[in-house]
Write a protein that binds this ligand. Structure first.
Ligand code: HMG
Ligand code: MG
Length: 299
């Protein structure tokens, strides 16, 4: 098994990181912080969500955030749960959208108000409209390893829905370990099935770090040929539908590991660590990234 020469990192902290936060971060502060993330060399950032603002008040300013980030000229994406969200994304000049579903019907129902099969019907129309407008479409599959309501999820169920999303037109499938239940071996088992039909360019991994295995799982995925990863500075993140969900694997840890083992990321670790600390200071929270903390001490 050989490792990739380069990995692509999609920074999800402005969306996954902030969505579970109680206090609203001022829009101007949020935009300035996202600009710091971009200045650290991140070329893909999930900036916000066009969801029901009553459900996710922290991202109620999605329209303003997206419009104000256009000058950054990077892969800026946002979550889109339905037609209304899609129209808001288009109005905000968003060029990359992320639809999100799950093989777990219970999670899906609680998260977006319909079961897995119905979500595909809803998204088929959105994907079609997005492709007509030449947008990049990501399809998230949450609870791809385990679900807090349904327990372990069958690999076959994940694979089936991943292939279906791809057939519907998704450019990329992000496999979400929402509950942090994946292990290196279950990560590789799922990827071996997924890579039977999808190329490594079509698959991203989204590890939450509930049990501290996020980085291990990312490394195990790299050994299978995966090179697209979601992560969040300072280990921020969570999920409103899973109240105790931990943050995402930290971007500083992922970049730090990649730097040490000769994998290119295009990201400046010192600047990234500062951007991670910037949002922790705004939120008044501890920085969860071990690499981030160390880099800040040394610089
Ligand atoms: P709803 O509230 O269930 O349904 O929304 P509704 O259609 O009955 O609408 C109620 C009200 O919301 C109406 O307004 C709509 O207009 C409005 P009212 O008449 O009451 O004034 N509304 C909207 N407003 C703005 N933008 C919209 C929108 N849609 C409806 N897009 C919906 C259904 C799916 C939108 C809702 O359930 C929702 O917003 N869910 C999102 C939940 C969410 O954001 N979860 C977290 C993200 S997923 C995640 O974190 C996992 C991931 O990280 C991967 C992983 O870790 O596994 C991606
Ligand atoms: Mg997530």
């Amino acid at each position: 098994m050989s490792l990739p020469k380069r990995i692509w990192i999609n920074e999800v902290s402005p969306r996954d990181g902030l969505q579970v936060w109680k206090e609203f971060v001022e829009t101007k502060q949020k935009i300035k912080w996202i600009e710091s993330l971009a200045a650290a060399g991140l070329s893909a950032i999930e900036a916000t969500s066009f969801v029901n603002p009553k459900k996710i008040p922290q991202l109620a300013d999605a329209d303003t955030v997206m419009i104000n980030l256009q000058a950054l000229k990077l892969h800026l994406s946002a979550l889109v749960p339905n037609q209304k969200g899609f129209e808001r994304a288009i109005a905000g000049n968003c060029r990359a959208i992320s639809i999100f579903t799950s093989p777990s019907n219970t999670f899906c129902q609680k998260n977006i108000g319909c079961n897995s099969a119905d979500s595909l019907v809803r998204y088929a129309s959105i994907i079609q409209q997005a492709k007509q407008k030449k947008l990049f479409v990501r399809g998230y599959l949450s609870c791809a390893w385990g679900c807090p309501f349904e327990g372990l999820i069958k690999t076959d169920d994940v694979v089936k829905i991943a292939f279906k999303l791809s057939e519907l037109g998704c450019d990329e499938i992000s496999l979400g370990d929402t509950t942090g239940q994946a292990t290196p071996s279950s990560t590789q088992k799922l990827l071996m099935q997924i890579f039977k039909k999808l190329s490594s360019e079509q698959v991203a991994l989204h590890f939450h770090d509930q049990y501290g295995r996020g980085l291990l799982n990312a490394y195990a995925a790299m050994q299978c040929g995966a090179w697209r990863f979601d992560s969040a500075v300072a280990g921020l993140g969570g999920c409103p539908t899973v109240p105790d969900a931990a943050g995402n694997v930290s971007t500083e840890d992922l970049v730090g590991l990649a730097d040490e083992i000769g994998i290119t990321t295009g990201i400046n670790l010192a600047k990234l660590a500062k951007a991670g600390q910037e949002i922790c200071d705004i939120l008044g929270t501890n920085n969860q990234s071990r690499t981030g903390q160390t880099v800040l001490k040394l610089n």
